[in-house]
Structure formats: C-alpha cells, structure tokens
Design a binder for this molecule. Structure first.
Ligand SMILES: Cc1cc2nc3c(=O)[nH]c(=O)nc-3n(C[C@H](O)[C@H](O)[C@H](O)COP(=O)(O)O)c2cc1C
Length: 209
C-alpha cells in the first residue's frame, strides 16, 4: 500500500514533523510505501477564484508544486496522513490550503474532474497533531474537520495521535510518548480496526475477538 504523509507546519524540524516522520517510519516498517511531503515545498499560495485564474486548458494557474503533489502523490495513494500543529484551535493554514486547492481539480469546471473524484474517494485517513495546550478539545475542530472530510469522501478515519509540546522537539519529552504512538500508528495504519457505524449496520456484539 502507498500512503502520503503530509507535514504541514512551517517548522520543518518541529513537533508535528517529528510525529509525521515517526509515522512514515512505521509505515515503512510494515512494508508500505510512505511518501513524506512538506506542505511548504508544494504550496505557494491559497486557492483563488478559479473562474478568473484557471488557464484556458483548465489547469490551475498557480505556479507551484501542488499539481504534482496532488496527482502523483495524493490521488494514487490508498492512505493519507496529515500532520499539523494546532494554530488558533484549528489546523495550520498550509493544511487547509492543501484541502482547498483540491477544488481546482475536482470541480466540474476542470475538464477531467471525474477521475479526480474517483481518486479522492475511499482512502484511509489519519491525523497527527501537536499542541502546547493539553485540554481535549484543543484539537476538536481539526478532528471534526477530518471526520467530515472522511464522511464526504467516503473514506475511513483511522485515528489521531496527539503530541504535546511547544518548542521544537518538545513532543519527544511528552511522557505519553506520542512518537512511539505515531510509529505504531504508521505500522498499523492499513490494518487498524476503525469503525463508524450507522444504526442498522450489522455487526458482532463484541469489538475484539
Ligand atoms: C500561530 C500559532 C498559533 C498557535 N495556536 C495554538 C493554540 O491555539 N493552542 C495550542 O495549544 N497551541 C497553539 N500553538 C502552539 C503550537 O501548536 C505548538 O507549538 C506546536 O507544537 C507547534 O508544532 P510544530 O513544531 O510542528 O510547528 C500555536 C502556535 C502558533 C505559532
């Protein structure tokens, strides 16, 4: 299996990047292909008004690496794991921009949007977050966003690893050892038990065994 691990903090050696690297290592240990991408390396701008901005052939006119990252890394992957610091109780602007920019290619105004939509459906999705504050809802908004993203794209939300830290590398000192958890999350990413039932979903009475 292939997974894209998108690290979305501007601090390349920061806490969420450490979680992302640990997760990518875990994926590789389990025999999966893990591609690690820094959002800052592929995004040079926010989504614009596509009606004004789109090139005559339908392509996005923003000259950066997003198209390659989206078509070569994101769409072919069976798994997508995003790492973000908590910024103002939400994700980094980079991660939000990555999601927003997909619009240019799944919108009906893109000449070949149907295979793009197909490629966005049905991934396994994971979230890695780092924050200074420890109260549970500090990551609530981002978790809600991912839950809705997974519902909308008929994807499976595999889970969240949250590390607490502020200075670069602080998460390595978090007594909960989120780097170990992120590595394990990567190892188990494609096999981990993940459910989101409807009331009439047929299921066994026990979760395990
Ligand atoms: C612009 C900005 C906003 C932040 N907002 C929050 C916040 O709302 N809650 C929080 O717990 N930490 C907040 N932080 C702290 C970061 O989440 C924390 O330092 C995190 O570990 C940074 O991750 P990084 O090293 O991957 O960049 C903020 C930091 C910055 C720079």
């Amino acid at each position: 299996m292939k997974a894209l691990v998108l690290s979305s903090s501007p601090r390349r050696n920061g806490n969420s990047a450490l979680l992302a690297k640990a997760c990518a290592e875990g994926l590789a240990e389990a025999g999966h292909e893990a591609e690690f991408v820094h959002a800052d390396d592929v995004l040079a701008g926010f989504l614009r008004d596509c009606r004004q901005c789109r090139k005559p052939d339908g392509e996005c006119a923003i000259e950066d690496g997003f198209r390659d990252a989206f078509f070569e890394s994101y769409l072919p992957a069976e798994g997508f794991i995003a790492a973000t610091p908590i910024y103002w109780y939400g994700s980094s602007a980079q991660l939000k921009a990555f999601f927003d920019r997909t619009f240019c290619y799944y919108a009906a105004s893109y000449p070949n949007s149907a295979p793009v939509i197909d490629g966005m459906i049905g991934k396994r999705v994971g979230l890695l977050v780092s924050s200074e504050e420890t109260f549970p809802m500090v990551s609530g908004a981002v978790i809600c966003q991912f839950q809705e993203y997974c519902r909308y794209t008929r994807s499976t939300f595999v889970g969240v690893v949250h590390g607490y830290g502020n200075a670069r590398g602080d998460v390595a000192r978090d007594p909960n050892d989120p780097l170990k958890a992120a590595r394990r999350f990567g190892r188990e990413f494609f096999t981990r038990h993940a459910t989101d039932y409807q009331i009439d979903t047929e299921r066994p009475g026990r979760v395990w065994g």
